[in-house]
Structures are given as structure tokens and as C-alpha cells.
Write a protein that binds this ligand. Structure first.
Ligand code: SF4
Length: 450
């Protein structure tokens, strides 16, 4: 369990020497307990204190890195059970499988489709993370060639799945890329001996908590360190139950012997794979392997992942400013909204759907939506009047008419009074913007007498 500030204080020298940058040892202990400082900042600390506090400060769920460079995937390294307690750091990774039994053309097409699984949403790129190369040919040399082709074709970290003989054949050309090894059932210890000298991450597969605990211990005894646990569920409910159980053991019970990121193979005929995936994204699946390369299957899962792994304390924002939509002229409409990404992209896409060129003014409201910002006093008559005078919009258009979100219609009078701009109250819902803009008469944006 995590140590309290008082327990940490008892391990410190208690000399208040201030070398750590804090005025007292107790103040420093409180910072360590809050996770904002480390024992390395206290030069006079004893070896016992360093050992005890170093172990206590290690994340309850170890970090396992697969791949190298920019596309490296980090599994685990989480510290809380519920997102609102702090945040989740490392999103569930998706690996799409490819079989080495495919002929060359089909293999190449499969890799091309995997590489194309990339989408833009709310200003972020959503994409699958890994390729899982399955050895289904029974031929180690063929598997080795397929793994290399997958690496070169997709440019993503690999999960190599198959008998140890096939994995060993692929490693000379791939070992430095840190693939995740997933040996066939019954080859766990041989897989550990393969992974250990190269320091490669390894999937440890066993049924149930006791089975996993034994298999993880055996893998560690063989020298493997970066371990990922696959509890081999047979059904959706078993997968979710095991995932939750393993995460609770890691975070609440600090059961270090079984604390590992998890991997679930939802391909190979696993029942209801997408329902299982949609439950395992919020419920602690670290790596999910899927057989589908259909964008219609993957986009909803990637969207769900984006929503779950957004830091609740840091709303996704866009920069405040003037955004042209289409090719607006000086007489095109001007709309305003806030800089919460979801709001911005929704309003923008609805303006685009109208096919009416326009300018969208985006107000800096700390990433809040329109109503939240209004309630917090950040989207007010005063702040909007200030944007109209200070953003440069007056120089970009020949009129002085602003379309205000319908939800804050009550701000109209104040804005007109402070800015001299005429306010048109827009729709309550963004989805009504296309019809609203198409209905507006051109005279609504006649040149202003300024
Ligand atoms: Fe106490 Fe160590 Fe900080 Fe000195 S450096 S005040 S001994 S915690």
C-alpha cells in the first residue's frame, strides 16, 4: 500500500537541512506522499529509506514498452482505478492481426488496409497501434518473412504470435524493434527464455488468477521482465471480470506478483469481439487484438478510446481566433462559439454542411462548452464584445452582424449595447445550423455604415 506522509517522515533524516528545497522534512514527506517529489531529492537519505520509498513510489501497474521511437506503445503504468481520481495515462492499444498463411498479394493488401485505419476527430488522429502477426503457416521461415514485411509495410510495432521456433526465426531481423512476443500455449517458459536475453516484452498466458500468478513467477524466474498477462477468457463476461479483477489486485491490493498490463486476443473466433472490446476499453484492457480491418468496426472503438482517455482535468481545446469555413467574402456570416474542441468541431462541421461560406469566431473559454462557459462567466456580453473589438473580425467583414448560439440568446442586448454589432440569435442546437444559414437572406449581412 502507498505510504502516508507520517510513515515517509519517519524514514527521513529529520534534520530539516533544506537540501531538498523544502523547509522541513515533514513538508518534503507530504510532497512525496502526494507524488510530487522523490526520495532522490534528499541527499542525506539512508539506503533503507531509498529502498523503501523507491519501491513504494513505483507505479502499481508496471510499464511495458512495445516498439521503439515515435510509434512505441506503452502498456500499463496506471495509478488509479477510476479516471476521476487522477487520470488514465496510457490508452488501450489496438493490434490488428495478419496471418503469415496469406499469399503475397493478400498479405500486402491486408497490411495496406491496416495502415489506412487512421481517422481525424476533434483535431486528433485516431489510429490502430500495432500489427499482430500470427504464425498459421507452421513454417518458421515464412513467419519470419511475414513479420519483416508487416514491419516494413505498416511501420507499427509488432506482436509476434506463434511457436517459439517461429518467433526465434523472426528475431534476428526484428529484435531491436522491441516486438511483443506471444508464444503458443504450453511454451510460456521457452518464450521467457527467448525474451529474457534480449530484454523483450512477453505475453504470459494462463487461465485464472492462480494460473497467471504461477506463469508470471516462472517467466520472471527465467529472466523475463516486461510481462503482459493474458488470462485466456472464453467469453465476453469472463474477459471483463478478469480484466477488472487483475486491475483491482494491482491498484488496490498492490499485488506486485500479478500486477501487469493485460492483453486480450479477441480474434480467432472470440464471441462478440466488438462488444468485448467496447467493455475492455473502459475496463482496463491494455492491449486488444482484433481480426477486423473494417473502418466501420474500428472507428467507434477508437472514438470510445479517445473519450475515455481524455484527461478530465484538461478539456481538449482549440486555439481562440477567427476560423474561415469555405471561402468567405467580406459579406459572409459570422458566428461565434467557445473553444471546447467538441463544440468547435461540431459547429464547424455543421457550417460546412450548410455550404454557406462563413467565419467562425472562437472564444477562449478554457475549453468549456457554451452553456458551461456562460454559467462560469467566461462567455458573457462583456467578453464577446471584447472579442468583436479586439480579434480583427471588424476588419475582415463589411457588416456588423453576429450570429449568437441560441442557448445564450439572453446575451444579445448586452453585446449590442457594448459593441454596436447587431445580434442574430442562432439555433439552440448546432445540428440546426445548416438549415438556419441556408434560410438567411443576403440582406442580413449588408455592408455596415461604419
Ligand atoms: Fe529533510 Fe532530506 Fe529535505 Fe534535508 S534534504 S530537509 S533531511 S528531507
Amino acid at each position: 500500500m502507498a505510504l502516508t506522509a507520517l510513515e515517509i517522515y519517519k524514514l527521513l533524516p529529520k534534520t530539516n537541512c533544506r537540501e531538498c528545497g523544502f523547509s522541513t522534512c515533514l513538508a518534503f514527506a507530504m510532497q512525496i506522499a502526494a507524488g510530487k517529489a522523490g526520495i532522490d531529492q534528499c541527499p542525506p537519505a539512508s539506503d533503507e529509506a531509498r529502498e523503501t520509498l523507491g519501491a513504494a513510489a513505483a507505479p502499481p501497474l508496471p510499464k511495458v514498452t512495445v516498439g521503439t521511437g515515435e510509434r512505441a506503445v506503452i502498456l500499463g503504468d496506471e495509478v488509479v482505478l477510476y479516471r476521476h481520481e487522477k487520470t488514465f495515462y496510457h490508452p488501450t492499444a489496438f493490434a490488428i492481426s495478419v496471418s503469415d498463411a496469406l499469399d503475397e498479394d493478400a498479405f500486402g493488401e491486408r497490411i495496406r488496409r491496416i495502415r489506412a485505419l487512421s481517422f481525424e476527430r476533434m483535431g486528433e488522429t485516431l489510429a490502430v497501434d500495432m500489427v499482430a502477426v500470427r504464425c498459421e503457416s507452421g513454417n518458421a521461415a515464412r513467419f519470419s518473412r511475414a513479420a519483416l514485411a508487416a514491419k516494413e509495410g505498416a511501420g507499427l510495432p509488432l506482436l509476434l504470435s506463434g511457436p517459439c521456433e517461429a518467433l526465434a526465426a523472426a528475431l534476428p531481423s526484428l529484435g531491436s524493434d522491441r516486438p511483443l512476443l506471444s508464444p503458443s500455449s504450453g511454451e510460456g517458459e521457452a518464450g521467457a527464455r527467448l525474451a529474457a536475453p534480449l530484454g523483450l516484452p512477453l505475453v504470459v498466458r494462463a487461465k485464472g488468477i492462480d494460473g497467471l500468478a504461477g506463469a508470471l513467477t516462472a517467466a520472471r524466474a527465467a529472466g523475463a521482465r516486461d510481462l503482459v498477462a493474458d488470462p485466456m477468457p472464453a467469453s465476453l463476461s469472463e474477459a471483463v471480470a478478469m480484466s477488472v479483477y487483475l486491475r483491482r489486485l494491482a491498484i488496490l491490493a498492490r499485488a506486485r506478483e500479478i500486477a501487469c498490463p493485460t492483453a486480450f486476443d479477441l480474434g480467432n473466433g472470440f464471441p462478440f469481439p466488438f462488444a468485448a472490446a467496447s467493455l475492455l476499453v473502459p475496463k482496463y484492457g491494455s492491449l486488444l487484438v482484433l481480426d477486423s480491418d473494417d473502418p466501420a468496426d474500428l472507428f467507434p472503438l477508437l472514438t470510445l478510446r479517445q473519450n475515455i482517455f481524455t484527461d478530465p482535468q484538461k478539456p481538449i481545446q482549440v486555439e481562440a481566433g477567427i476560423y474561415p469555413v469555405g471561402n468567405p467574402t467580406p459579406s459572409s456570416p459570422v458566428l461565434i462559439t467557445t473553444n471546447f474542441s467538441l463544440t468547435y468541431f461540431t459547429v464547424r462541421s455543421d457550417i460546412e454542411a450548410s455550404r454557406v461560406p462563413a467565419r467562425l469566431l472562437v472564444a477562449d473559454c478554457d475549453g468549456m462548452s457554451v452553456l458551461t462557459a456562460w454559467a462560469a462567466g467566461k462567455f458573457s456580453g462583456e467578453s464577446i464584445a471584447k472579442i468583436l473589438s479586439g480579434s480583427g473580425i471588424a476588419g475582415a467583414v463589411s457588416h456588423r452582424t453576429l450570429i449568437l448560439p441560441g442557448m445564450v440568446a439572453r446575451l444579445s442586448g448586452k453585446i449590442e449595447e457594448l459593441s454596436g454589432w447587431r445580434i442574430l440569435v442562432g439555433p439552440q442546437e448546432s445540428s440546426a445550423i445548416p438549415a438556419y444559414l441556408r434560410r438567411l437572406p443576403p440582406a442580413a449581412f449588408a455592408p455596415a455604415d461604419v
